[in-house]
Design a protein. Structure first.
Length: 104
């Protein structure tokens, strides 16, 4: 029984690592991603704000767009850095984000 509780607890905490606000570390385009626990993703760019629905399974993020299309990306978290990987025109693109803490 104890191993089962441990696995459920570990799974719960691993899934919550993605939830929160992440700031890109790319110099040419500052962007924020806000993953919410209700399945909403808000992407804040320099000139626009876009809202998506997302789902997470293992190390994959599936993002659903308003026009009905979707894209799937892999991700991993290393300490306080989120790395999202996608393939664009046959090239693997890695985007890195740093976890942001809110001071209220």
């Amino acid at each position: 029984m104890k191993p089962l509780i441990f696995i459920i607890t570990l799974t719960f905490f691993l899934n919550d690592n993605l939830i929160g606000i992440w700031k890109s570390i790319e110099e040419n385009e500052i962007k924020y991603l806000n993953f919410k626990d209700d399945g909403n993703l808000i992407e804040i760019g320099q000139v626009d704000i876009t809202k998506y629905n997302f789902s997470q399974k293992n190390n994959f993020i599936k993002i659903k767009k308003d026009n009905g299309s979707s894209k799937e990306q892999t991700f991993y978290i290393k300490k306080d850095t989120l790395v999202i990987q996608s393939v664009e025109q046959g090239v693997v693109i890695k985007r890195k984000f740093i976890k942001q803490k809110l001071a209220l």
